[in-house]
Design a protein around this ligand. Structure first.
Ligand code: ADP
Length: 505
């Protein structure tokens, strides 16, 4: 597979994007290098040309040197050398005519050739000239020689200047390309980091949102293969966690059912014995009592049967697995019933006091709220001594600060109207070192077989589901007080919002 066919695949993976970035930088460096190699070649050609212009100038100077020697010493040898250099220069000019066009025009070269030819002609006449002719020839040769030198010098100077300006242009170009490359690398780096970091940041934000709300799933923020597989693995993990949590909740509810059964048996005992008594009286008085009296006993039997039915229905309601749903719940009857259910554990002298208004209602899931009370009251009862006391109070409050003590839950910072429920006992209390851990799953101080360590964890989960807050205050030997706050009105139904997010993704 070639790189070009790979590009669409690379664009859909983080590794691919980084690789593409590297390729882009490598390609830019390659193009810049090729460009500079080309520029260096041009520079090299200019230097060679400059060397030729200098050689031409040196050769012309040699012509003049031997001309001067000849005028001084009249040696045939100097004239021969002068002639040799003239020929050399003429050949040199002919051979490099095209190259010298980069310095001077063809006209100027032809002018130099013509001057050289003229110079050669004049100087060759010197040995055979008489004194009078010499007087005319000598200044003519000198002046022609001077002109030839001037043109050759011009050519050398011009070429030197051109080399200099080419060098300056090359330097500026080099700086420009380095700057351009730096900008390109920075831009590529930014683009890469945005494409790679942005999805990671989006995942981080979604994970934080899920952590805060304990619900929902992640939606892939980009179509990169790695991100999609991380999100799939994460969502799978969330689903597994959710299933495990539900199964923990189920086992905790079953454990609570076990706790409640003895209380329920006790609760059922009263109506059953009332029914039995009424039946016995009716049996004894068959045909003797007034119809009104019979009606009264039958009414009592009906009432007590209904009471037993309510108890059995509540137990069934508690045991059934239901989806979370908030409804207005009358608090006092719920707490009263729960205390009745867990009564089996209450020692004869322990007292459970309720300070809850008959009319107080709270928006909650009744089944889950009952689970909260079962767990809190059971925990309180378990530690109570002979003269133990539990006070359960509730009231509506407008709050602006979190409750005092070790507080947990997304609703702890809620400001506004809440129902605050307190379950306080005068039992052994909780040691400060274990206080921060009591809401952790499987944390227990009880002996093996006496506690799973899930009671308070489930309480916290339920309060969290309600968008509420739970706090505990306790000192060893001075009992423990659990404070629950349930908001009365919620601006946004966070659960519904998360569900809709999950549906969108
Ligand atoms: P479990 O009851 O199975 O131990 P919980 O999560 O209900 O699990 O409680 C965790 C621990 O918190 C208990 O083992 C106990 O040490 C402590 N605890 C909870 N409630 C009270 C309380 N009212 N008084 C004293 N300790 C408590």
């Amino acid at each position: 597979m070639t790189l070009l066919t790979k590009i669409p695949l690379l664009r859909h993976s983080l590794r691919g994007k980084v690789t593409l970035g590297y390729y882009a930088v490598a390609a830019a460096i390659l193009v810049a290098s090729l460009f500079f190699v080309g520029e260096l070649r041009t520079l090299e050609e200019r230097v060679v040309l400059g060397q030729r212009a200098t050689d031409l100038f040196d050769s012309v100077l040699e012509i003049r040197r031997f001309e001067r020697n000849y005028f001084l010493y009249h040696q045939q040898h100097d004239l021969e050398e002068n002639n040799r250099y003239i020929k050399l220069t003429q050949r040199f000019l002919n051979d490099n005519q095209a190259a010298f066009l980069a310095i001077v025009s063809l006209d100027r070269q032809e002018q130099l050739q013509a001057l050289l030819n003229e110079y050669q002609y004049q100087i060759s006449a010197l040995p055979t000239a008489n004194q009078k002719q010499l007087l005319l020839l000598e200044p003519r040769v000198r002046s022609l020689g001077k002109e030839v030198v001037n043109i050759a010098e011009d050519m050398a100077t011009l070429e030197r200047r051109q080399i200099q300006s080419t060098l300056v242009a090359f330097r500026n170009l080099l700086l420009g390309v380095i700057l351009g490359m730096a900008l390109l690398i920075v831009a590529l780096g930014r683009a890469l980091s945005q494409r790679v970091v942005r999805p990671l940041q989006a995942i981080e934000d979604s994970v934080a949102a899920i952590k805060a709300n304990h619900r929902g799933t992640l939606a892939p923020p980009s179509d990169d293969r790695e991100i999609i597989s991380i999100i799939a693995a994460f969502n799978h993990m969330l689903k597994e966690l959710d299933l495990r949590q539900k199964s923990l909740m189920r086992s905790e509810r079953l454990a609570s059912l076990g706790t409640m059964l003895s209380g329920v048996a006790h609760e059922l005992n009263n109506p059953l014995s009332n029914i039995s008594t009424s039946c016995q009286i009716l049996q004894e008085e068959v045909g003797e009592s007034e119809p009104e009296t019979q009606k009264m006993y039958l009414g009592q039997i009906d009432q007590q049967t209904e009471r037993a039915r309510v108890i059995v229905r509540s137990l069934l309601d508690f045991s059934r697995e239901k989806a979370f749903k908030k409804n207005p719940v009358m608090l006092r009857p719920l707490v009263q019933q729960t205390v009745g259910f867990v009564r089996g554990q209450v020692s004869a002298k322990s007292v459970v006091q309720l300070s809850i208004s008959e009319t107080l209602s709270v928006p909650a899931d009744a089944q889950r709220l009952q689970q909260v009370f079962v767990n809190l009251i059971s925990n309180a009862l378990e530690g109570l001594g002979a003269d133990g006391q539990i006070v359960i109070s509730a009231q509506t409050l407008v709050v602006s600060e979190p409750p005092v003590g070790t507080a947990l839950g997304s609703g702890c910072d809620f400001e506004g109207e809440v129902v605050e429920i307190r379950v306080a006992d005068n039992g052994p209390g909780i040691a400060p070192e274990i206080l921060p851990r009591i809401f952790d799953p499987f944390f227990t101080t009880k002996e093996v077989g006496h506690g799973m360590g899930l009671g308070l964890f489930v309480v916290y989960e339920i309060i969290e589901e309600h968008g509420g807050c739970i706090a505990v205050q306790s000192l060893p030997g001075q009992g423990a007080t659990f404070c629950i706050r349930l908001p009365l009105q919620e601006d946004i139904d966070s659960a519904a919002m998360l569900d809709s997010q999950g549906a969108q993704s």
